[in-house]
Design a binder for this molecule. Structure first.
Ligand SMILES: C[S@@+](CC[C@H](N)C(=O)[O-])C[C@H]1O[C@@H](n2cnc3c(N)ncnc32)[C@H](O)[C@@H]1O
Length: 215
């Protein structure tokens, strides 16, 4: 029997595993409901945009938005503190067409307003998750490439840059195997601006791809 000071919860009073699962599902539903509302308020009237998943502190996207005032830009990151820094940067520059959202990539795609299409998608130094057992956490997956293609314009383009050669090869292989994307090494890099992570890297590689338009 557990002592009075122990943290062990007696088996008979433990909640069944399904109740935690139920709670998590409810949290997820609530989070998605809020995200849908937020995205609809900001992007409900927008036809197309550039998406930068894993935008970090927003160096690249803020510079891009300053150069292209007619392109609606959306940066996503999981970390609130990075999103707040990115927002401050955009506000200081007086940029109203760039939106930094705290959200996970797939969740965000699912919650985008129905009329919004992605024109360009940019991954800059995404977390490489080098251990094999963590590869499933990488942002580039067959599923995410499918979800991105589904929400993209016919002539959408995808840009990827990383210092991790294994992640570059992973992305090259997935893009080559994917029915909706094809690598196009002739595409020029969309816009050069050093990111926080790029500044720390001695070398990196870039991949460019375009959406395959089906007849
Ligand atoms: C290595 S940092 C690179 C940041 C920035 N692109 C740069 O080059 O400085 C990767 C960023 O991706 C974010 N991230 C990782 N997985 C994500 C996901 N599934 N959805 C959105 N952001 C994600 C992390 O929070 C982190 O800020």
């Amino acid at each position: 029997m557990a002592s009075p000071t122990s943290n062990i919860v007696p088996a008979e009073s433990r909640k069944p595993a399904t109740s935690n699962h139920k709670l998590e599902l409810e949290r997820q539903l609530q989070r998605r409901k809020l995200l849908r509302k937020k995205l609809s308020l900001r992007l409900g009237e927008v036809g197309s945009c550039l998406l930068e998943p894993g935008c970090g502190h927003g160096h690249w996207l803020t510079a891009y938005a300053a150069q292209y005032p007619n392109t609606i830009c959306v940066g996503l990151d999981l970390l609130r503190e990075r999103i707040e820094k990115a927002r401050s940067k955009a506000a200081r520059a007086g940029l109203e067409h760039v939106h930094f959202i705290k959200a996970e990539l797939l969740e965000c795609i699912e919650c985008l307003p129905a009329g919004l299409k992605l024109q360009n998608i940019v991954f800059l130094f995404p977390d490489p998750w080098p251990k094999k057992r963590h590869h499933r956490r990488r942002m580039i997956q067959m599923d995410s490439l499918s979800a991105l293609a589904e929400r993209s314009m016919d002539d959408a383009k995808l840009y990827f840059r990383s210092d991790d050669s294994d992640y570059v090869e992973w992305t090259r292989e997935l893009v080559c195997a994917h029915p909706d994307w094809q690598l196009d090494e002739t595409l020029p890099w969309l816009f050069e601006q050093e990111t926080l992570f790029q500044r720390k890297m001695l070398s990196y590689q870039s991949l460019q791809a375009r959406r395959i338009v089906k007849e």
